[in-house]
Structure formats: structure tokens, C-alpha cells
Design a protein around this ligand. Structure first.
Ligand SMILES: [Zn+2]
Length: 217
């Protein structure tokens, strides 16, 4: 078996991206308990985890993180994280999509769980590829249905912010800063095109990453 080397993480995403790496956990077959080895299955061109005992190939693919920007007039609802990574810093409600749900239902669920807030999802706004941690973010625009919100179990605090009083220096993740900057720019322009971007690890940058946008509209 080839050795596994932990990759150096940078805090550029939510949902435990700084802690979890499925590739490091795959040691034993979840079907039969046998040991896994890395190898290229017949007809494939990438290394996979293969169980020689039951011949199951354990494919690993990116995870989807879904979330939203809950808006109330010119303010957005943010949550201060009660959990690691990045405890104490602010984020939009977001988390791993669950099996059996849609992306937008997942965004509304995360908002309910983290902020006890009900939203109407208005549309897809930004997708972000995070290839170094195998995640894709899908972030939606949303409208708060009322001002009855409070911290959920994963939040220390939830609050509405205008652009001018937003805690820009205390945001939890690069994706959060990216989506909020774009959101307020677009709000000023009066339109919300669907946007795409990559956040790519780059040790030569002061913050350890760079944003590659696929639209400058
Ligand atoms: Zn097996």
C-alpha cells in the first residue's frame, strides 16, 4: 500500500474542510472489513481504493457544500461558529448536503439548523470549486421570511449585518468573504448573475490561496 501523506490545509472553506480528508480514512473495506489497497482498476485510469477480498472498488468523489445568503432588506444574516474549524468567526449558513435532499432544500435546512431561521430560496448565486479539498460549494440567494432567528447548536451568535458593519476581518472562510463581496457588489448594481469561481491553494499568495473567477460580469 502506498503511504498516505496528510495534506496541509488552509481554512478556505466551511463544513470541516480543515479537518476531514476521506482519502486518509480509507483503510478497510466498508463491505467486508478487509484491508484496502491503492490500485488502478481495470478500465480505469486513476488510483482507487480496492478491496481484494470482495473486489469492491471504493470510489471517492467531491462533496457538495450547500448554503445561502439570507437577506433582509440591505442586511444579511451571519452565524458565528461554535465549532471548529474557525470557531468564533462568522459565516453564512452552509454545510454538507445530505443524501435524499436537493441542494436548495439543504441550504434552507442548514439555515434552520444554524440560525433557527426560515428562508425562501431565490436562486443559485455562486458555485465555488475547492479542488485541493475535493469540495464544491453551491450558495443560493435567499430571503428571510421573518426576524425570528436565534443561534442553533453550531452557532454562538447570529446577527444581521449591513455591508458597512459586516465583520470583514473576522470571516471564517475564503468562500464566505468571496460570496459576501460579490453579493454586495451585485446588490449595488441591481442584478445577481449566477457566478462561478475556483479557490485555489497558492502558497505564493499572502493568504495562501487565490480566487479564479469565470465571470467578470
Ligand atoms: Zn471488501
Amino acid at each position: 500500500m502506498l503511504p498516505f501523506f496528510p495534506r496541509r490545509f488552509i481554512p478556505i472553506c466551511a463544513a470541516g474542510g480543515g479537518q476531514y480528508d476521506a482519502r486518509m480514512e480509507a483503510r478497510f473495506c466498508t463491505h467486508c472489513g478487509g484491508p484496502l489497497r491503492l490500485g488502478v482498476p481495470e478500465g480505469d485510469n486513476r488510483e482507487r481504493h480496492i478491496c481484494d477480498a470482495c473486489r469492491v472498488v471504493h470510489y471517492q468523489n467531491p462533496k457538495i457544500v450547500t448554503g445561502c445568503i439570507p437577506a433582509w432588506e440591505d442586511q444579511v444574516l451571519l452565524c458565528r461558529r461554535a465549532i471548529e474549524p474557525r470557531r468564533g468567526l462568522w459565516t453564512v449558513p452552509a454545510g454538507f448536503m445530505e443524501n435524499g435532499e436537493t441542494t436548495y432544500a439543504g441550504a434552507a435546512r442548514e439555515t434552520l439548523e444554524e440560525a433557527n431561521a426560515r428562508v425562501e430560496i431565490q436562486g443559485l448565486y455562486l458555485t465555488v470549486n475547492l479542488p485541493h479539498i475535493d469540495q464544491v460549494y453551491m450558495l443560493f440567494r435567499a430571503r428571510l421570511l421573518d426576524l425570528d432567528f436565534s443561534p442553533g447548536e453550531e452557532s454562538l451568535e447570529v446577527a444581521l449585518f449591513r455591508e458597512s458593519d459586516l465583520p470583514w476581518g473576522r470571516l471564517a472562510f475564503a468562500t464566505v468573504e468571496l460570496v459576501l463581496r460579490r453579493y454586495f457588489e451585485d446588490r449595488r448594481a441591481g442584478r445577481f448573475p449566477v457566478r462561478m469561481a475556483d479557490i485555489v491553494r497558492d502558497p505564493d499568495q499572502p493568504r495562501g490561496y487565490r480566487v479564479v473567477s469565470f465571470q467578470d460580469a
